[in-house]
Design a protein around this ligand. Structure first.
Ligand code: NDP
Length: 290
């Protein structure tokens, strides 16, 4: 293996320590304890694990962290009423609605009901608009985490050709906006892209977010490229793998994230960063440099 492994756990630990220090300062100087609330509807087992992890990490960093649970049979009106109450609650600075929501629910309508200032997932249309426009909104956590890992891996982001595999609203599209903002030349590829391997081989920075286990082969990677693997896929034997065939790609890439231990830990770390930023803004304080 020739590639340097980009350690997401270490990056997340470092980020969480900075957030915890800023939080302690906020508490001692302004008596402010930022609050994060996760809304969980139904009992999707994976969602329950994600919510428990978020709550644990948030508490460990010093946030006031709570979860609101509604049954899978809850109506859209009940979820909207919960969001309305949390929007009005001054002790809650960040609200995250855990996705996916049960089938009967219109997830877009629920996200649209969030106060954009408390939308720590960064999915509200106001935050999406700011991401593609003037900036200054809350930036979606997984793409934000990818950028932090990228900055750890290389100081040659500006001017690089970045290829993003996947165009979802939660990963691919916001990542494209962030890479463009970092002065990359950006190609967004998807299921209708012709000759995907050839497109990927042009990438100085290759980011895979397709949800297809080990789809990106070693031969798709340009020698020396930085490869960020967002995918989390469980194989039939229970093993977790990314969207990139790690062993093959690591022979060719300059740096690469592992799965697990790459992008995953950064997603929660960025949720904590967003909640801290949201709390400072709501209190009229400058956001600390993280
Ligand atoms: P989506 O299913 O919403 O989007 C997948 C994207 O990949 C789509 O744009 C789709 O194209 C494209 N795609 C699918 N198959 C192919 C293919 N064969 N060739 C080219 N493009 C393809 O997924 P998400 O963006 O939500 O998630 C992507 C992956 O990232 C998943 O594995 C998910 O588990 C993981 N993830 C990890 C997170 C973390 O914290 N590490 C957080 C969020 C997601 P088209 O638009 O044409 O259909």
């Amino acid at each position: 293996m020739s590639a340097r492994v980009i350690d997401g756990k270490d990056a997340a630990r470092a980020s969480n320590a900075r957030v915890a220090a800023a939080l302690a300062e906020l508490k001692s100087t302004h008596g402010l304890v930022p609050g994060l609330t996760v809304v969980l509807v139904g009992d999707n087992p994976a969602s329950k694990v994600y919510v428990a992890n978020k709550k644990r990490e948030a508490r460990a960093a010093g946030f006031n962290s709570t979860a609101h649970r509604l049954p899978a049979t809850a109506s859209q009106a009940e979820v909207l009423a919960t969001v309305g109450r949390l929007n009005a609650d001054k002790s809650v600075h960040g609200i995250l609605v855990q996705l996916p929501l049960p089938r009967q629910m219109d997830a877009q309508a629920v996200i649209a009901a969030l106060d954009p200032a408390k939308d720590v997932d960064g999915f509200h249309a106001v935050n999406t608009g700011l991401l593609w426009g003037a900036g200054g909104g809350l930036v979606p956590c997984t793409p934000q985490g990818c950028m932090l890992l990228l900055r750890r891996a290389t100081d040659k982001i500006a001017g690089s050709h970045a290829v993003v595999l996947g165009r979802s609203s939660i990963v691919g599209k916001p990542l494209a906006a962030l890479l463009l903002g970092a002065d990359c030349t950006v190609t967004v590829a998807h299921s209708k892209t012709r000759d995907l391997p050839a497109v990927c081989r042009q990438a100085d920075i290759l980011i895979a977010a397709v949800g297809r286990p080990e789809m990106v082969r070693g031969g798709w990677v340009k020698p020396g490229a930085v490869v960020i693997d967002v995918g989390i896929n469980r194989k039939a034997d229970g093993k977790l793998v990314g969207d990139v065939a790690f062993a093959e790609a690591a022979e060719v890439a300059g740096a690469i994230t592992p799965v697990p231990g790459g992008v995953g830990p950064m997603t929660i770390a960025c949720l904590l960063r967003n909640t801290l930023i949201a709390a400072c803004r709501q209190a009229g304080l400058p956001a600390p440099a993280l």
